[in-house]
Design a protein. Structure first.
Length: 184
């Protein structure tokens, strides 16, 4: 699917980027523009090097397991498994990785190449939507500023000029855990 070009748009938040002929699915609840991606449920194989934009956004927004799509505990901490960067999950850490249920956590560290290299896990009481990771566009030329995804806060000016690819949350009240010690 070829992505539509971005256009200048004036909305309630001020000027920013948009698509000509936007649909209701093109923006999130905060008014941020999201990249379009084809839906083909049940087709294909997992592509661990990339994440399906709508699936990631839905899992983060509703705190669903990123592997099976099922709910994670509503009345307790949620399990997050992140790539190991040499330290435990820290208070306020930002991530684009949705939570997982315990059985799927074990599957993810076995199947995902990045997590197989090393992972850390934490039970998180309070994950908060912080912003997005996406391609920021220049406010005058509308050209992308780089090709790498940049994390942009919902509170920042650049969010209006960002084509979002991932929802970013901050993790609060984190308790590091060993996956092998968790009961299914």
């Amino acid at each position: 699917m070829r992505r539509p070009p971005v256009v200048r748009r004036v909305g309630a938040e001020g000027e920013g980027i948009g698509f000509a002929g936007e649909s209701a699915y093109d923006r999130d609840w905060r008014g941020v523009l999201w990249t379009r991606q084809i839906l083909a449920r049940g087709k294909g194989r997992p592509q661990y090097h990339t994440v399906h934009t709508l699936r990631q956004r839905r899992a983060m927004r509703h705190m669903l397991c990123q592997v099976c799509g099922g709910p994670t505990p509503e009345d307790g901490p949620r399990l997050f498994v992140l790539r190991d960067v040499g330290r435990p999950v820290e208070e306020g850490e930002r991530t684009t990785a949705p939570p997982v249920c315990v059985p799927c956590a074990r599957i993810s560290v076995r199947e995902c190449p990045r997590l197989r290299e090393g992972h850390v896990a934490a039970l998180v009481d309070r994950p908060y939507a912080w912003g997005v990771a996406g391609i920021v566009h220049h406010p005058i030329t509308l050209e992308p500023i780089g090709t790498a995804l940049q994390e942009v806060s919902y509170e920042g000016f650049a969010v209006r000029w960002t084509l979002a690819h991932r929802l970013v949350v901050t993790l609060h009240d984190c308790t590091p855990v060993d996956l092998d010690a968790l009961d299914a």
